[in-house]
Design a protein around this ligand. Structure first.
Ligand code: AMP
Ligand code: MG
Length: 344
């Protein structure tokens, strides 16, 4: 007996293929080989693929990648009590602090996204994140009482943060807690990519905790193809594949981390404007951008804004964004114009 298809197979998934408008015609390296590296950082994993000769100095490359990521952690981690960020968060009121250049640059970028998103993104939402139990304070995530929430709202907020660009310094107004978790992973990806390019590996794919950046092409001339994870998992009928050629991609969503309380699903993304976890049904937002840091920050910001306001802002700013919304019957997808333009 023959089957044309196995009896319980799902219909073949539809493929959505995304490629950048500009393709740099860099020829693939002659006789190149793909080398793979992996490790752990920022409470998650990292992976690097790069094209090199048949033999590369693996130990040196691994050390360079680790040192780059360790530096980001030492500056910007909320989980390392000794990080420059944690020291700033503990500093007395009304003190100025000169920050390491990368930390300052990420803070500036975070503030720019905060302004452009009218506070949907907030690099100083640490007190709120802690209040909901999503921060490094060891306790189960749960709904805070009204007084704790009000206090966290009052203490937080990017509008209380003052920067002195000339001195690369930030003012601790008192009790302000920075949290760069929504942007630092993407920055780490950019930094590793820059380090690899400086080492002469122009063709590489870098991933930290699901945020990716790709450059150049593989030895067969193909770009680095990556598949976008869908909140519905493999069951979703549409697969999105993206050619990461001079591009980065980052996603934010409640399908990755959340908690349930009294039948409600609480996301670890918080709307800093009212202090509550987002609850408008956006399961995930994916942003494609030249810089992974901005893809990371904007995926979080647009997730807070929700589909209507998020799509409008993405279109106004020319951001390539895909929203996946949870509906009673399944999932619904919405694309910004720049995201649609990536489709082949
Ligand atoms: P991401 O997975 O990139 O969306 O980052 C989520 C993390 O960023 C959370 O675990 C919090 O630490 C922090 N966070 C939550 N809400 C916001 C927000 N509205 N703006 C900036 N950071 C946030
Ligand atoms: Mg993010």
């Amino acid at each position: 007996m023959t089957h044309t298809a196995p009896p319980f197979s799902r219909p073949a998934p539809r493929r959505r293929v995304l490629v950048p408008a500009v393709v740099h015609a860099t020829p693939p390296p002659l006789a190149g080989v793909v080398h793979e590296f992996a490790g752990r950082t920022m409470g998650t994993t990292w992976q690097v693929r790069l094209v090199g000769g048949a033999r590369v100095a693996r130990a040196g490359i691994t050390a360079a990648i680790e040192a780059t990521l360790d530096e980001v952690v030492a500056q910007m981690s909320t989980w390392e009590p000794g990080s420059a960020l944690c020291r700033f968060n503990r500093a007395p009121a009304q003190t100025w602090h000169e920050l390491p250049p990368a930390f300052f640059a990420v803070l500036q970028a975070g503030l720019a996204v905060a302004r452009a998103s009218d506070g949907a993104f907030d690099p100083a939402a640490g007190a709120l994140v802690d209040a909901w139990g999503f921060g490094p304070v060891a306790r189960a995530a749960s709904r805070p009482d009204a007084a704790t929430l009000a206090q966290a709202l009052q203490r937080g907020g990017w509008r209380r943060l003052a920067l002195d660009d000339a001195r690369r310094a930030a003012l601790q107004p008192g009790g302000l807690a920075l949290d760069l978790s929504a942007i630092a992973k993407g920055h780490g990806v950019d930094r590793v990519a820059a380090r690899l390019a400086a080492l002469g590996f122009d063709s590489h794919l870098v991933e930290v905790g699901g945020e990716l950046r790709g450059s150049g092409v593989k030895p067969d001339g193909q770009p680095w193809w990556v598949m976008l994870e869908h909140p519905a998992g493999d069951a979703h009928p549409t697969q999105t594949v993206l050619a990461l050629h001079g591009l980065a991609v980052a996603s934010s969503g409640d399908y990755r981390r959340w908690f349930e309380h009294a039948g409600e699903r609480y996301s670890h993304t918080i709307d800093p404007r009212d202090g509550l976890p987002i609850r408008h049904g956006v399961a995930g937002v994916t942003v494609v951008h030249a810089e992974c840091m901005l893809a990371d920050a904007w995926s979080t910001a647009l997730g807070v804004l929700g589909v209507a306001a998020g799509l409008a802002l993405a279109d106004r700013l020319g951001l390539a964004a895909l929203f996946v919304v949870r509906r009673a019957g399944g999932f619904e997808e919405h694309m910004s114009a720049a995201f649609e333009a990536l489709q082949q």
